[in-house]
Write a new protein. Structure first.
Lengths: 183, 100
């Protein structure tokens, strides 16, 4: 789906066409959901963040609708997920005053791992990363966005985004190697 | 399986049905909440407008200054004992006699 097609759907939705908005949601929800889900680690929370973003997009005044609704939604979702992760991180730090240690799951090579096991292992590994690095890694490595898109979603410079992905990759490689997964 | 393969993960359609139902319910609640807050704001505005329109008239209709009695600002009026005098609040004061 091109940005202009999605912008057209949004324009129609702002004129009261609910079917157009439904199409827009259906065209974008899958990738956005997995991005947020991998960042926050909880399905219900990912749903809530995604719905917040869609409702915010729908409530925008018609003339200030974004040219690229998917990029706008991704940025909104990532920001909300980051806010959540930072709050959680602060709470966890205050509660334990300790560090989150990565606990490797018993055994399992990547070839024998199913999607669910891989998701679970990845989530455990990702939860050891700072929120910003986690978001950068998910967007670049898992979702396959290019660096300008990652930088725009995180509202940082391209070089910062590269640096965050590199740092995340280095930390995750260690953690995932124990599970036999190539990052 | 490599991590990049997770990119093609799909969520079951039944989960999306629940998601869409929740999205539309939230949208409906959001619109209702907005409509109610607009109605409340409009009611407050109207109440303010009505009170602004009527209060000054009520105020001016009060017999604050009586035409038949002089006021302190009346020209050439020097109040003496026993004179009646209207003040801004509408009360008529009578200057009492002073017995020495």
């Amino acid at each position: 789906m091109t940005a202009s097609f999605l912008a057209g759907l949004l324009h129609a939705a702002h004129k009261g066409d609910e079917a157009a908005f439904r199409k827009l949601v259906e065209a974008t929800r899958e990738r956005l959901f997995w991005t947020v889900r991998r960042m926050v680690g909880r399905e219900a929370l990912a749903d809530e963040i995604l719905q917040d973003a869609y409702l915010a997009l729908w409530s925008l005044p018609a003339r200030s609708g974004p040219d690229n609704p998917e990029a706008w939604l991704r940025r909104t979702c990532v920001n909300r997920a980051l806010d959540h992760l930072r709050r959680e991180e602060t709470k966890a730090r205050q509660a334990s005053e300790g560090t989150l240690d990565f606990l490797p799951a018993p055994g399992g090579l990547e070839e024998t791992m199913g999607v669910l096991e891989l998701e679970a292992a990845l989530h455990r590994a990702l939860s050891t990363l700072p929120p910003q690095e986690r978001a950068a890694f998910v967007l670049r490595v898992i979702e396959g966005l290019d660096y300008p898109q990652v930088a725009s979603s995180l509202d940082v410079s391209e070089s910062t985004a590269r640096n965050q992905v590199m740092q995340a990759r280095r930390k995750l490689e260690k953690a995932l190697a124990a599970l036999g997964i190539k990052a | 399986m490599r991590i990049e393969e997770l990119r093609h993960a799909r969520r079951p359609e039944a989960d999306w049905d629940v998601f869409m139902a929740a999205l539309y319910t939230r949208r409906k609640h959001e619109r209702r909440r907005k409509a109610m807050s607009w109605a409340a704001a409009a009611a407050i505005f109207l109440a303010a407008l009505v009170s602004f329109w009527f209060l000054p008239r009520t105020e001016s209709a009060r017999p604050s200054l009586r035409a038949d009695v002089p006021t302190l600002s009346s020209p050439l009026f020097t109040p003496t004992t026993g004179d009646a005098m209207a003040v801004a609040s509408g009360t008529v004061l009578v200057i009492p006699e002073v017995h020495t």
